[in-house]
Design a protein around this ligand. Structure first.
Ligand SMILES: C=C(O[C@@H]1C=C(C(=O)O)C=C[C@H]1O)C(=O)O
Length: 418
């Protein structure tokens, strides 16, 4: 599907530098607010008011790497008393995932559309501090190239990424905190195996913001060096999670299951040192990367097998049309404490999408609770609920408000608690 995204900004002066700076700010903000990858942009129309003629905005976009995008610059209608020194753009985009276009009008240009930018419900507040650019973002993930986290990163960002493979989840968090990566990808739950506790513990301990979420339908492939046939296989090697998710398939063939540190790593090892009779379980991406043959695809026992990933950053994400918020809190040690805390959400009709408890460090038999709910912390009802919770909880941390992945929030028609 092709859709259009509008934006506008004013330049400080009619100079090439001022026009370049305003154009860059505007295009980066639109890409960020709409999670656009460069290859999702199909065409761009610019207009400038007659008082801006020192440079072409299209040339600036090309310098930013939009070399494949057909563009046009034209003069805006000189309506009397119109906003001076204004650069407008209409982008045509073809997103890989369903997109509700977020118009981006920055600074003075917000006055152009009082219907959009008027107090509450403002769909695109100016981000502060500026989040990282989405043009070739640096993305840290646990595992080797071809890992499911790598696939999730490609699904979320599309286009070109600078990959930073890490050995552990903690290393991913460190890379983001230290600014070596713009984003980190962390798996949080699997539809078969449940929550990934090590990641939940990291979110509590580290100073990271959840920037987005993505749900990946995990389709496992049976990989072997080209020329191998299914009847040659005697054993399969992979991460224990993947072996468990394919347990019935492995048992049906009577193969031995060998645990390895990660899925993509077992594919790489097999490609580098083929062992007769041994196959690996990993992604299609790993098969392509390590030139292995796919002997079978979709071998997971659960046909709905999916993993939810958080994209973490040190920046606030732009506000989207449909947001989710994640928090972690602990209750006072009194009867009914959790009930009262959750009541703050129920009383305001806020839909909870996930509740998870983990033991509280250093306090045996006390717990911290992780809650995901629909809405943004800036929404009046959510703000009130969080304030109510703050008064009842002994500890509260906001992990982030972020654009909800498709299919993870109730539709307005469904409404109510699920
Ligand atoms: C109000 C704006 O300026 C003008 C009016 C437009 C409109 O009413 O949709 C669109 C582009 C401009 O010609 C704007 O840029 O949004």
């Amino acid at each position: 599907m092709i859709c259009g995204i509008r934006g506008a900004i004013t330049a400080q002066a009619n100079t090439p530098e001022a026009i370049a700076s305003a154009t860059r700010t505007l295009l980066q903000a639109i890409a960020r607010a709409n999670h656009l990858a460069p290859d999702e942009i199909v065409a761009a129309w610019f207009t400038t008011t007659p008082d801006l003629n020192a440079a072409f905005p299209a040339a600036v976009a090309r310098e930013m790497g939009w070399t494949h995008v057909p563009m046009l610059c034209a003069q805006e209608i000189p309506v009397p008393d119109g906003l001076p020194r204004c650069i407008r753009v209409l982008l045509l985009v073809q997103p890989r995932r369903p997109l509700q276009p977020v118009p981006v009008y920055l600074g003075e240009a917000r006055r152009l559309r009082p219907d959009l930018f008027n107090g509450e419900g403002d769909p695109a507040p100016e981000p502060d501090p500026p989040p990282p650019t989405l043009t070739r973002p640096r993305v840290a993930f646990q595992g080797e190239p071809g890992a499911y986290s790598h696939e999730a990163a490609e699904r979320f960002f599309g286009g070109e990424l600078e990959l930073l493979p890490c050995t552990t989840f903690a290393e991913v968090a460190q890379a983001v905190e230290a600014g070596r990566a713009d984003f980190g990808i962390l798996p949080v739950e699997n539809s078969t195996a449940g929550s990934i506790n090590a990641v939940y513990d990291l979110l509590l301990e580290r100073d990271l913001r959840i920037w987005g979420e993505v749900i990946l339908r995990v389709r496992h492939c049976l990989l072997a060096p080209p020329g191998t046939s299914l009847s040659d296989i005697r054993a399969v090697r992979s991460h224990p999670q993947a072996l468990e998710q394919c347990a019935r398939f492995i048992a049906r063939h009577g193969w031995e299951a060998i645990a390895a540190p990660d899925t993509a790593g077992s594919a790489r090892m097999l490609a580098e040192r083929p062992e007769p009779g041994v196959a690996a379980i990993a992604s299609r991406l790993a098969a392509e990367r390590y030139s292995l043959a796919i002997l079978a695809e979709g071998i997971e026992d659960d046909p709905e097998n999916a993993t939810r990933f958080f994209i973490v950053s040190t920046y606030e994400p732009p506000r989207a049309a449909r947001n989710k918020t994640s928090i972690v809190f602990s209750t006072r040690h009194v009867p009914g404490a959790l009930h009262a805390c959750l009541g703050e959400f129920a009383a305001r009709g806020i839909n909870l999408t996930k509740l998870e408890s983990r033991p509280r460090r250093g306090r045996p038999w006390e717990y911290v609770f992780y809650v995901d709910f629909e809405g943004h912390w800036q929404d009046p009802a959510c703000r009130e609920a969080l304030l109510g919770l703050l008064q009842r909880a002994s500890f509260l941390k906001l992990l982030g408000s972020y654009p909800a992945a498709e299919g993870t929030v109730s539709s307005h028609e469904e409404g109510g608690e699920r």
